[in-house]
Design a protein around this ligand. Structure first.
Ligand SMILES: C[S@@+](CC[C@H](N)C(=O)[O-])C[C@H]1O[C@@H](n2cnc3c(N)ncnc32)[C@H](O)[C@@H]1O
Length: 421
């Protein structure tokens, strides 16, 4: 008798319960819904034999790019969020330690002189909306001092390295509640007592990241590189960057819904983006998949998705528009990604299912279907539990404060192979 193994199954060995997710440069800067490095690493081991080019169409802070480069595989990533791109670039760019250390020494001397009053900087404090709402006046002064210092760093890679530590500092010294990805202000009482030492926090981040860079350099014994772009995979993938059928492996974790109702990447990054002067700062959530809501219902000729749309539309037509807009973009993006993958190449999408109006949307099935329509063959879907608190497990699907729902306890690693095209 032939034993048929189901292609979708729970596998605890992919939970990586006790894994250290902060090795190498992975420890730089938090970001919502990061992929854990162990997933990318194992996917590369099992499916990346002989691969020369990895592509991550939603690269965020570059987890898969770092892992590909560690294995000697070149990588291309894209993300519409400039902060994510900066972090991904810094995590994958080797700076010789002697160079880095000389800049860090200079920075220490600067801090020392400022503290002793030998230097009295007079920076211009940027003017952006709500700066006084999110930062105390004194904090604004110290951040501006740091920003001026960073702008004066000649070496571009070192300057970017400092910017990543600065961005994390911005977040920690702001009046946001630390544990939240969305921007919520601390209470008045907390604000009164909150007087962060901006220079000390910056120094700590720099030192921690320097150790991460040292580990990365020790582990990476090759000259593989990453290139990071800002193109939107919904619209196109520039052929001069990624010609058709050029990619050996895709490892990515796409957003699992529009930013208004799931993870607000733009909101998370807004304060850093404003301090760093990234102009598209307020555009990120609008440009994200499903960010431009189209009024209208369409169906996808795929029962599990169409049924969900029908049921949601019965309850709330507007929410159904959100869902349709997102999957419309998602389908286009998958069509574009498919074209870039070579015959025999592999794609692995790490997705979470979500609930809208209490109805679960099977993102794993939808991802599989959209790739199959492009001639891919489904190899398997691994179901893993999310042991690390990296995902906002509770969200408010009804958008009513206080009404929460448990979502995202499991995620799905959907793996397909490009064939017969
Ligand atoms: C789940 S996160 C990726 C996290 C990443 N794996 C990491 O470890 O940091 C999804 C990313 O998709 C990006 N994104 C959303 N819509 C996009 C689009 N249309 N094109 C490219 N990136 C997009 C968001 O800015 C976000 O950084």
């Amino acid at each position: 008798m032939r034993v048929i193994t189901p292609k979708k199954y729970r596998d605890e060995t992919w939970d990586f319960r006790k894994a250290n997710t902060k090795e190498y440069t992975h420890r730089f800067h938090p970001y919502p819904a990061m992929m854990i490095p162990q997933i990318a690493r194992r996917l590369l081991k099992e499916f990346g034999e002989g691969a020369r080019l990895l592509f991550d169409p939603y690269c965020g802070t570059g987890t898969s790019l770092v892992e590909a480069n560690l294995k000697g595989i070149d990588a291309v990533g894209t993300d519409i969020n400039p902060l994510a791109r900066l972090i991904a670039k810094v995590k994958t760019t080797v700076i010789p330690l002697d160079v880095l250390d000389s800049y860090l020494k200079d920075f220490n001397n600067f801090v020392f002189s400022v503290r002793l009053g030998k230097i009295r900087p007079d920076p211009t404090i940027p003017k952006f909306k709500n700066i006084d709402y999110w930062f105390k006046r004194e904090t604004q002064y110290w951040l501006a001092v740091l920003k001026d210092y960073i702008d004066g760093i000649e070496d571009r890679d070192v300057r970017d390295f400092f910017k990543v530590a600065f961005s994390e500092t911005v977040r920690e010294v702001s009046l946001t509640r630390g544990s939240e990805f969305k921007l919520y202000r601390k209470s008045e009482k907390q604000i009164e007592r909150f007087n962060p030492d901006v220079l000390r926090i910056m120094s700590e981040k720099l030192l921690r990241n320097r150790e991460g860079m040292a580990e990365y350099i020790r582990a990476k014994r090759n000259d593989a590189k990453s290139e990071i772009y800002g193109f939107n995979t919904v619209h196109n993938i520039p052929e001069d960057i990624l010609p058709p059928e050029s990619v050996d492996i895709v490892i990515t974790s796409p957003p699992y819904g529009d930013s208004r109702t799931t993870v607000a990447y733009g909101q998370f990054s807004r304060l850093s983006n404003q301090w760093l002067g990234f102009e598209e700062a307020n555009e990120v959530d609008r440009r994200s998949m499903g960010g431009l809501r189209r009024r209208g219902i369409r169906y996808f000729d795929f029962k599990p998705l169409d049924e969900v749309i029908r049921r949601i539309a019965d309850m709330d037509e507007g929410r159904a528009y959100d869902v349709v807009s997102f999957y419309d973009d998602y389908e286009r993006s998958i069509n574009n990604v498919s074209r870039a993958v070579r015959r025999g190449g592999v794609v692995a999408y790490v997705v979470g299912n979500r609930r809208v109006k209490g109805i679960e949307i099977p993102n794993d099935e939808i991802t599989r279907e959209f790739f199959e329509r492009n001639g891919f063959i489904h190899l398997k879907t691994i179901v893993r539990e999310i042991p690390n608190k990296r995902m906002p497990r509770r969200n408010s699907p009804t958008n009513v404060a206080g009404r929460t729902d448990l979502t995202m306890l499991y995620e799905y690693i959907v793996i397909l192979k490009a064939n017969g095209r």
